[in-house]
Design a protein around this ligand. Structure first.
Ligand code: ZN
Length: 452
């Protein structure tokens, strides 16, 4: 693919723009999760655009420090008041259910029920998106305004879901180029009715794959449609021997809002992909922000874990966490616009064009830092490949999925403890006080996640 090829195809952009938005609309109502039929249905719809290969990995399969969980499916869920009125209905919004809720049928008083209700007092009109993976629980999510109207009385609770041995499903599409060296473009398929995070990523990756398949390419391109975290860990586990073929990669997420572009660098920091994206953003007329790598966020956490340290960054519009609609019912079909999707699509294409142009001179130059293991406060993460499962060690707040200070410090220490960074280096890089880093490192030593 060269500049002239791309110019000639630019007339296709209005059509691509509407295809992206229509696909987003088609995928929006589906109740997805990290496993289950919602993911399968999503992949089947993507297959109407590109022939992705569907993979199924059985529950119980060990993948690095993790185990593929039971498969979750849901038919219905509601709360009825004592007048037999459905006051919370899964059929109206799949965000009403704590994702991965176990089945339940019960009658509860309001005070009992309250323990399993989730709201956002600071955004009283939004339904929050909450999950309970790896921790069998049940719950409902509703707007805070609705919550305030609930009266004392008896409530009927039904969650018609199943948590059974099954599979984790993911999709993969591969375009062979002249070289075997690969560019990885990855998105996640586990969020239910949320548009920017991450249906925007799915539709951009799908249409980009479809578009690129019309050209002769220098690099080979691999497109992943995986559930976040566990899907990336699973894919890395089963593709470990081919990982060295990946020369550049991007996690595609939050590309449909109207905010300025944000590029989160790879852990390497000055890999060719980092330089290329930054140069393209500078050349564009768009305003943008650059973020150094940090070990919270999306699947770059796994691809950039110390045992892989792949040149994988993430190009977004407004970064997750930073838009108020994030993980709420306000991240909907109005929040994402076709014109933003096509702008993001075009930015990704410019980056790919630049990588293609430089593909002959491209050298993977991974910096090898000196090992500092003889120093007093230098530790090594015992699980170098992907993140450890903190939940099974009681080190992760599963329901909120918010990163408390401790979780954040744990992630920084584990991500940077590759034998080259001391605790004071980690404190400097993360901007977190040394004493707190030191204290958290002791917790990790106790849990055998860190060693000398
Ligand atoms: Zn998310």
């Amino acid at each position: 693919m060269n500049k002239d090829d791309l110019e000639a195809k630019k007339s296709d952009f209005p059509e691509i723009s509407s295809q992206m938005y229509n696909l987003l609309k088609e995928l929006y109502p589906i109740c997805r999760s990290i496993t289950g039929d919602g993911v399968r249905k999503t992949l089947e719809i993507i297959q109407t655009h590109i022939p992705i290969e569907k993979h199924e990995v059985p529950s119980g399969t060990k993948v690095f420090d993790w185990t593929i969980p039971k498969e979750w499916n849901i038919k219905d869920a509601y709360i009825k008041n004592d007048k037999n009125e459905k006051i919370v209905d899964f059929q109206k919004s799949n965000l009403h259910i704590l994702n991965y809720s176990k089945p339940i049928k019960s009658k509860l008083s309001l005070s009992e029920l309250k323990h399993n209700l989730h709201t956002l007092p600071e955004q009283p009109n939004a339904i929050p998106y909450k999950t309970s993976y790896y921790n069998e629980d049940w719950g409902f999510c509703l707007t805070h305004n609705q919550f305030l109207t609930l009266k004392d009385g008896e409530y009927e609770i039904v969650i018609d879901s199943s948590l059974e041995d099954g599979n984790l499903t993911y999709g993969e599409f591969f375009l062979q180029g002249k070289k075997d060296e690969e560019v990885l473009l990855t998105c996640y398929t586990c969020h239910p009715s949320l548009c920017n995070d991450n249906l925007s990523g799915i539709v951009l990756v799908t249409l980009l794959a479809k578009f690129l398949s019309k050209f002769e390419l220098n690099y080979s391109y691999r497109f992943l449609f995986i559930p976040e975290t566990i899907g990336a860990i699973t894919w890395l586990k089963f593709n470990e021997e081919n990982i060295s073929k990946i020369k550049h990669g991007l996690v595609v997420t939050c590309v449909g809002d109207s905010g300025k572009f944000t590029y989160k660098k790879s852990r390497i920091g000055d890999a060719e992909i980092d330089q290329t994206v930054i140069n393209i953003l500078k050349e564009s007329e768009e305003s943008f922000e650059i973020s150094d790598f940090f070990p919270i966020g999306s699947d770059e956490r796994q691809f950039c874990s110390p045992g892989f340290n792949l040149p994988v960054g993430s190009l977004m519009r407004t970064m997750y966490f930073n838009f108020p609609e994030y993980h709420t019912s306000l991240d909907n079909l109005e929040f994402v616009k076709a014109e933003n999707l096509i702008k993001s699509f075009s930015m990704y294409l410019k980056i790919i064009l630049e990588l293609e142009k430089n593909s002959d001179s491209s050298k993977s130059k991974e910096k090898v830092k000196d090992q500092n293991t003889n120093r007093e406060d230098v530790f090594i993460n015992c699980i170098q490949k992907c993140e450890p499962n903190l939940g099974k060690r009681g080190l992760f707040d599963k329901v909120t999925r918010l990163d408390s200070g401790t979780t954040l410090r744990i992630n920084w220490i584990l991500n940077l403890s590759d034998g080259t960074n001391s605790l004071s280096d980690i404190s400097n890089i993360s901007g977190i006080e040394y004493n707190l880093i030191k204290e958290t490192s002791e917790l990790l030593l106790k849990h055998n996640l860190l060693k000398k």
